[in-house]
Design a protein around this ligand. Sequence first.
Ligand code: SF4
Length: 236
Amino acid sequence: MTIYKMTYNAGRESVTLVNHGCNYSCRICSYRLREGMEPKRFFQAREVEGYLMETNPSMVMIMGGEPTTWCDLDRIARFCKDELQAYVRIPHSNLSNLPPAEVDQVGVSLFAIGKRKYIQLTGGQNSRVLSNIYKVYDRGTMLAVSTILIPEFIGTDEVVRIARFLAEIDDMIPFHVISYLPVPGMSWRGPNREEMNETVEACREVLRNVTGTYMTAASLFTRMDEAYLAQDVRIA
Ligand code: SF4
């Protein structure tokens, strides 16, 4: 897995590095909506370092697929700290691998506490994910967690189990609930707004920083485009 897109935003003084590929095969992955859009080329670590030196950002975001599978993540995160003193963010990770300590902030997708549900949904085990959440919290990495409400599979009870797990660590950990948006080939329906509201309110009884997003196809693509494309300078 490696980087196929690098962009620079002058207003935010930030660089976004976009990784290709993931070690999971989630049945609900929204990337499946973009199937067929394979990268044209990939960048070597020294090319990434060159781009970072040239742009000299104060923040570096590493995203796309599963960033912790990128073989040069440790090297580049260290480079960001040693050479640029930049803030390093991973906005979306399944946290199946522990990111390097140079990563300042990580957003974790945690779909279920129940082991069977987690495997059925992702194809991976959640035991390492749960222990990695403790590890990154204990070492002081800023942590935010999100999940997806799928009424017919990851219902309110399971989402509240996740909230309780987080509350045992720190009830101030930000938790974001996203409504499931049906992907091709899956029969599950998305929640209605009432189900979303009930779930968010139930989580607020155990955590102090809970938010929710009611997702539509239009809002999903707007978010992805904002994240990946709406940058000032784009190469590849
Ligand atoms: S971990 Fe994220 S990117 Fe990877 S398959 Fe699952 S939803 Fe998709």
